[in-house]
Design a protein around this ligand. Structure first.
Ligand code: PAF
Length: 283
C-alpha cells in the first residue's frame, strides 16, 4: 500500500514541513483543491510531478467563494478517498487547514482583482466568487510559496484571474493551466457532477457536444452570431437554463465579433435542475 502523504493543519506545521521539503533545492508545485478529487485533479498531479520535485496539495472548501444560497454546506467532502488518491499519486504534503485557521475571528483582508475577474462571465452570475477565490488562493500562495501552481482549464476564467493576480502581486509563482479531463461521453469532470440525477447525467454532455459543433462551424467560416444563437437554442432545448454561452478572446476574455478577432474560446454556464455546470473549448 502506498504511504499516505504528511498532512498538516496549522501554519506553523506547514512552515516546518515546507522547510524540510525545500532542502536540497527542491522545486515545489502547489495544486490547490477543495477536495472531492477526480480524474481532473489527478491530471493536475501528474503534470505537477513532471514539472517540480515536490508536490503540495491543499484541500480546503473555501466558504468565501460560495454565496449564502450556494452549495457550501453540501459540497462533497470525501477526505478518506482523497487521501488514498494522494497517496497513490505520491504527493509529498497535504495542507488541510480548517476554516478558523484560514479565516480567524477578526479576519479583515480581501484580495480583489479587476481585468479578467470583471469580464462579465462567472462574475455576472456569481458576483462574490472571484473575491473569495483570489483571497484564498493569494493566501495559499503566500503560505506555501510554490514555484509553480496548477489549475484546470475547466474554470477558465478562474485560471485567467489567478494568473493575473500572481503576476500583479509579484508572487513569484508560475501558473500552469491544464486541459479539461472529460468523461467518455464528453462531460467535463467536476466534483459537482455527483449532484446530477440519472436523467440529468444523460443530458449533461449536450454542453460539450454543442460547443464542439459550434467550434467546428466557426472554423469552417460560418457566421458567429448565427452559430452562437443556434447552439444556445440546442442547449436550452435539451433542458438547460442557460446563464451564458459566449465567444471570447482566449487570453483577454474580451467579447469578439468574428473568429478573426481570436484566438477564440467558447464558454458556457448552464443549470440543469439545481446543478450549475460550466465548460469551455478553444476554437
Ligand atoms: O477550483 C477550485 O477548486 C477552487 O476554486 C480553488 C482554486 C481551490 C480555490 O478555492
Amino acid at each position: 500500500m502506498p504511504t499516505a502523504p504528511a498532512v498538516v493543519r496549522t501554519p506553523s506545521s506547514l512552515r516546518l514541513a515546507l522547510k524540510r521539503l525545500r532542502a536540497r533545492r527542491a522545486t515545489i508545485a502547489l495544486v490547490p483543491t477543495m477536495g472531492a478529487l477526480h480524474e481532473g485533479h489527478l491530471a493536475l498531479l501528474r503534470q505537477a510531478k513532471r514539472r517540480a520535485s515536490r508536490i503540495v496539495v491543499s484541500i480546503f472548501v473555501n466558504p468565501t467563494q460560495f454565496a449564502p444560497h450556494e452549495d457550501f454546506g453540501s459540497y462533497p467532502r470525501t477526505w478518506k478517498a482523497d487521501l488514498a488518491k494522494l497517496a497513490d499519486a505520491k504527493v509529498d504534503l497535504v495542507w488541510h487547514p480548517d476554516v478558523r485557521t484560514m479565516y480567524p475571528q477578526d479576519f479583515a483582508t480581501r484580495i480583489l482583482t479587476e481585468g479578467p475577474a470583471t469580464a462579465g462571465l462567472e462574475d455576472r452570475f456569481r458576483p462574490h466568487f472571484f473575491g473569495g477565490v483570489t483571497t484564498v488562493v493569494g493566501k495559499l500562495f503566500i503560505q506555501c510559496r510554490p514555484d509553480i501552481a496548477l489549475f484546470g482549464q475547466k474554470d477558465y476564467q478562474q485560471l485567467k484571474v489567478v494568473t493575473r493576480m500572481a503576476a500583479d502581486l509579484d508572487l513569484g509563482v508560475k501558473i500552469i493551466g491544464i486541459p479539461i479531463v472529460r468523461e467518455r461521453d464528453g462531460l467535463a469532470m467536476s466534483s459537482r457532477n455527483i449532484y446530477l440525477s440519472i436523467e440529468q447525467r444523460a443530458v449533461a454532455p449536450t454542453l460539450y457536444r454543442t460547443m464542439k459543433k459550434a467550434a467546428e462551424q466557426l472554423r469552417n467560416g460560418k457566421d458567429l452570431e448565427a452559430v452562437m444563437a443556434d447552439a444556445a437554442e440546442t442547449i436550452e432545448d435539451a433542458g438547460f437554463s442557460l446563464d451564458y454561452f459566449e465567444a471570447r478572446h482566449a487570453e483577454t476574455l474580451s467579447p469578439i465579433h468574428s473568429i478573426k478577432d481570436g484566438p477564440v474560446r467558447l464558454l458556457v454556464a448552464a443549470k440543469i435542475g439545481t446543478t450549475r455546470l460550466i465548460d469551455n473549448i478553444g476554437v
